[in-house]
Write a new protein. Sequence first.
Length: 342
Amino acid sequence: MQKNILVTGGAGFIGSHLVECLLDEGAWKVTVVDDFNDFYSPCVKRANVSCFLTNPQFSLREVDICDTENLRKVFLANKFDTIVHLAARAGVRPSLLKPKLYSDTNIGGTLNLLELAREFKVKQFVFGSSSSVYGVNYKVPFSETDKISQPISPYAATKAAGELLCHTYSHLYDIRAVCLRFFTVYGARQRPDLAIHKFSRLIWENKPVEMFGDGTTRRDHTYIDDIIAGVRAAIDYSRTNYEVFNLGESQTIELRKLIELLEKNLGKRAVIKRRPMQPGDVPQTFADITKAGKLLNYKPQTKIEEGIKKFVGWFCEQNSNSKFQMPDSILQISDSTSKIQV
């Protein structure tokens, strides 16, 4: 029997890969809700879903998750079995500039979707959270049992709040809520403001790469195929009513070593411009994936060396396409240390 799924933010980086996976299975009717906001070029997001538009099992609704009236119309027109909620205002540093916008979208929008899940009796709710919720967590690797009560950016605080809302609705209304803490996702179609894509662009164009701090900050970079495998497992998860899982590679790499990998694969040297550490940055992210391995059979396959090679191959193919150019405002405010941004 065909199932009906809603993917919010489905035109974005992670969302479009999930949609592709679900449509390839042939067992899903997929509805995407995306507002195509201008955080980065809407043309990029439209290109991400353009190949799905002729698929009869796919439908696209251009709706803001804060627009309760029009969002409710999407639910009235469909009987969803599952919601995968990936839509959000993304990024650590931009959230310092517009905290209210982040709160309204990431908390208010999540509440809207949970309310509609309650009203329309959608029993499976998968929430895209972030490793940012851990804040400056000196215990490594990060475990789902660690406290998340000290976020250091509005973005991180909104993601932690989203998890709490999911727990509340799971407890009150018997909704199975699965929260996924993504760790620095990269791969083909990665957002242009995220570090690997941004650094590749700057190196390719012989422009300075801003290195915040001394280059020793470490990130747990996770290849998109591994993330999608984890999300797909979460869609089928049914053992308990509320769970939180880390989805990472459980390996870390220093920022300066990441830049060296990009240089090697691009065949060009980076022009480094050193800058002080920025507010909201954390020194390290590192996922303990024991729980996801046990309950979701999550087993990441792509090491950073292989993943960077694949990304650079995609990047070079796309390089002549002007839609991947970034405005200066994005270059200035985006997270150059590649903190996960959902």
